[in-house]
Design a protein around this ligand. Structure first.
Ligand code: ATP
Length: 359
């Protein structure tokens, strides 16, 4: 069960900085996901840990051993790429058994390891099929089985489930976590799918523009993100600019334009300019709430999304279908903003837009 330490890693491609001063510690047996906008450097970081990119500043340690000059094939890392790289001239069984064969295990062992991984991925019946005959999802599962059969204790997974349909992806994400935990592996998983990251990870690392913004457990990043960007990027948030009208030891009253919101005081003073965030699913419909008019209503699976105008303010609300099924567009609703779910941040020096822009 390896631990990984990335120390002051910077990677430039010509004048372009793909990673800047990345410091990261991943514990034995931890399942960590990396999320962030496209191009923020996630894959570059995985490739550096894997040993595919070798010219970078800083250091990578695995189990305390300096890995910077260690050849890729000696790192004992299983890497599942975004672009699946199965051996086209080998069938599924051949692909999955490649690593045990290369290691010279005896044939019984090779067969049992291969069959175990195929069974885990529900691919046993595809043993004799060549990659060209597999769907994208099956190819991804074969790549996963191959990485697991390699006996690697550290798994680097770059969008490993992205080609699967939603149902299989949802099932397989739990399987993947279970396998990693059962086999005592350490996993670093890059994904665009925030739900996947929330469901699968012990810890999530949020990146933006070549840097790590914040890291924490899925729940802490969802409920109490320390950075505006995290709150904006992970899940969904109403982002409002405001000014503190009143501040006492416990509470704030914040003018966000058309309404005054009450929030817990986490160290703000009267007159301060702030950013206020509240997630759409925490806003409630309540008889004594603030009145607004529903401008848009969309079904999103179990949730229904309402866009509510409160004078000049546009608020997104997400409620279970059954709670809002009889509310039509243009009807009046009353919204309550529970103070325990209102997050207040210092107004960023460089302005709000630069804080939440993705690129
Ligand atoms: P995505 O989520 O879209 O896969 P990412 O966060 O994984 O993106 P990277 O693939 O790490 O991003 O790329 C980070 C930046 O570095 C991108 O702007 C990319 O264009 C650039 N980049 C990556 N590899 C190279 C390369 N070999 N030469 C030049 N630029 C590169």
């Amino acid at each position: 069960m390896p631990n990984v330490k990335v120390e002051k890693v910077t990677k430039k491609f010509g004048d372009f900085t793909a990673l800047e001063d990345i410091n990261l510690s991943i514990n034995d047996g931890e399942y960590v996901s990396i999320i962030g906008p496209s191009g923020c450097g996630k894959t570059t970081l995985l490739r550096i840990i894997a040993g595919i990119i070798r010219d970078y500043e800083g250091h990578v340690y695995v189990n305390g051993e300096l890995f910077d000059d260690k050849p890729l094939e000696k790192r004992g890392i299983g890497y599942v790429f975004q672009n699946i790289a199965l051996f086209p001239n080998m069938n599924v069984g051949g692909n999955v058994s490649y690593s045990p064969r290369a290691k010279g295990f005896n044939s019984d062992m090779i067969r049992s390891m291969t069959l175990e991984m195929l069974e885990l991925m529900k691919l046993t019946e595809r043993y004799y099929d060549y990659p060209i005959r597999l769907s994208g999802g099956m190819q991804q599962k074969t790549a996963l089985a191959r990485a697991l059969a390699s006996g690697a204790k550290l798994l680097l997974l770059d969008e490993p489930l992205s080609l699967l349909d939603l149902k299989v992806r949802t099932e397989l994400r739990y399987e993947l976590r279970r396998i990693v935990k059962d086999l005592g592996l350490t996993a670093i998983h890059v994904t665009h799918d925030q739900e996947e990251a929330m469901a699968i990870s012990d810890r999530i690392i949020v990146m933006r523009k070549a840097r790590i913004v914040e890291e924490g457990t899925p729940l802490s990043l969802y409920l109490r993100p320390k950075k505006i960007f995290t709150s904006y990027f992970l899940g969904e948030s109403n982002v409002l600019e405001g000014k503190v009208m009143e501040a006492d030891d416990r509470f704030l009253k914040i003018d966000v334009g058309s309404i005054i919101l009450k929030a817990k005081n986490t160290g703000f003073q009267e007159g301060e300019k702030v950013v206020v965030m509240i997630r759409p699913e925490f806003i409630q419909l309540a008889n004594d709430g603030v009145e607004g008019v529903v401008k848009k209503k969309t079904m999103e699976g179990l949730f229904t999304r309402l866009i509510v105008d409160i004078k000049d303010l546009k608020i997104t609300v997400k409620q279970p279908y059954w709670r809002v099924h009889n509310i039509d567009v243009y009807s009046m609703v009353k919204l309550e903003f529970p103070e325990e779910h209102i997050l207040v941040y210092e107004y960023p020096e460089r302005g709000l837009y630069s804080e939440i822009s993705l690129y």
